[in-house]
Design a protein around this ligand. Structure first.
Ligand code: HEM
Length: 154
């Protein structure tokens, strides 16, 4: 759970994310794919060209900023994203990579407006959100192991 100060800072950035979220996620994917071209095989490149994935990621981050103090509201969104991630076998090791380039993209787009206080708060908040996804995805993998071809193991 993020500190009270982090929660306040992250919440205060919600309007900035609403305005610049898509610019941030666009830059984020450019950095991500330049530094990890192997991930181009994991993402749907048609969604990238159409800009839909940039939009949904920006919206997810914005929603997180708004709901960081009442995360139970994010439950169904987390479940549906976690389903998508597990269907693509996203490993937990990918989370710090995504976090790194997301923070770089925030800095790049917001420039001096991204104070070190904001960056540190988002670093903590991202780690918390990652932990939520990693836990949920581990549970889904475990649930799936109990089934073979759709049938419950005896
Ligand atoms: C806290 C971090 C993350 C958030 C908020 C997030 C959010 C999302 C959202 C909202 C979607 C769309 C879900 C849907 O279409 O139903 C998505 C899909 C996806 N995510 Fe994540 N994600 C995160 C971390 C990661 C990581 C670490 C990876 C690994 C590289 C990843 C890879 C993907 C892929 C490949 C898709 C499908 C994209 C497509 O259809 O082109 N995500 N994610």
């Amino acid at each position: 759970m993020a500190s009270k100060k982090t929660i306040e800072i992250v919440k205060s950035t919600a309007p900035i994310l609403e305005q610049h979220g898509e610019a941030i996620t666009k830059v984020f994917y450019q950095f991500l794919f330049t530094n990890h071209p192997e991930l181009k095989n994991v993402f749907n490149m048609t969604h990238q060209q159409k800009g839909t994935q940039q939009k949904v990621l920006a919206n997810a981050i914005f929603q997180y900023a708004v709901h960081i103090d009442k995360l139970e509201m994010m439950k169904s969104a987390v479940q549906s994203i976690a389903q998508k991630h597990t269907s693509l076998a996203i490993p937990k090791e990918a989370y710090p990579i995504v976090g790194k380039y997301l923070l770089i993209a925030i800095k790049e787009v917001l420039g001096t407006a991204a104070t070190s206080e904001i960056i540190d708060a988002w670093k903590e908040a991202y780690n918390d959100l990652s932990a939520i996804f990693i836990q949920r995805e581990e549970n889904i993998y475990t649930e799936r192991e109990q089934y073979i071809g759709g049938y419950r193991r005896l």
